[in-house]
Design a protein around this ligand. Structure first.
Ligand code: FMN
Length: 191
């Protein structure tokens, strides 16, 4: 896929087909993430690929989905929930720059996933303490985010909006998720 197409069409996915993701695609996502820009090039991020059904279920139970479209976009385990998570951890503390580095890495993973027909949901709303226990994260590391990965079972669309519009994503009468984004001229100043 052309990069512009990936960048414009990628959407957060909250419903997944019950089909296992290929290891090579997950490896490629992390291979993409490891190459991204990184403050001082510290490279302190580490990745845990979670595919064991019991661990996926336990981790899934710590997560919260789509606050504006609950419960219609809260996946159900065994029905349309992700079969894979990638946990993004950092060696050391959760500093501002580590979060910036994680953001760059996670966005790159989402693009790499979309490029091969996979969708993701970046999850910041989860019980970190519980998930850290489940994943046995050592005390010298920090669990930063989870990334759900899988084959999309929904097709969200993006709408361009003016500054006067609401940025809240919503479901329409056909159960299609709409994700409003401000137009480029609304958010850009040229000096
Ligand atoms: C830092 C961060 C945390 C997020 N946490 C969650 C989350 O916990 N649960 C969820 O369903 N979506 C989460 N999202 C996904 C956003 O809701 C989503 O990116 C937003 O609605 C825009 O949709 P889009 O990704 O399709 O552009 C998160 C995204 C980011 C960047």
């Amino acid at each position: 896929m052309e990069f512009q197409e990936v960048a414009k069409k990628r959407r957060t996915i909250r419903r997944y087909k019950q089909v296992q993701v290929l290891d090579k695609d997950l490896t490629n996502m992390i291979d993409t993430a490891r190459r991204v820009s990184c403050g001082a090039n510290v490279q302190l991020l580490r990745y845990i690929v979670i595919q064991n059904k019991n661990i996926v279920k336990d981790v899934f139970e710590t997560t919260a989905w789509g606050g504006f479209v609950t419960p219609r976009r809260t996946p159900e385990f065994g029905k349309n929930a992700p079969l894979t998570f990638i946990a993004v951890t950092a060696l050391g503390d959760s500093t501002e720059i580590i979060h910036a580095n994680a953001g760059a890495a996670i966005q790159a993973m989402q693009y790499a996933a979309w490029d091969v027909g996979l969708g993701c949901c970046w999850i910041g709303a989860f019980n970190k303490q519980k998930a850290s226990e489940i994943l046995e994260i050592p005390t010298e590391s920090t669990l930063l985010y989870l990334l759900a990965v899988g084959y999309p079972d929904e097709a969200p669309v993006q709408d361009d909006i003016d500054m006067s519009g609401s940025a809240k994503y919503y479901l329409d009468d056909n159960d299609v998720l709409h994700v409003p984004k401000y137009k480029v001229e609304s958010i850009t100043e040229w000096r």
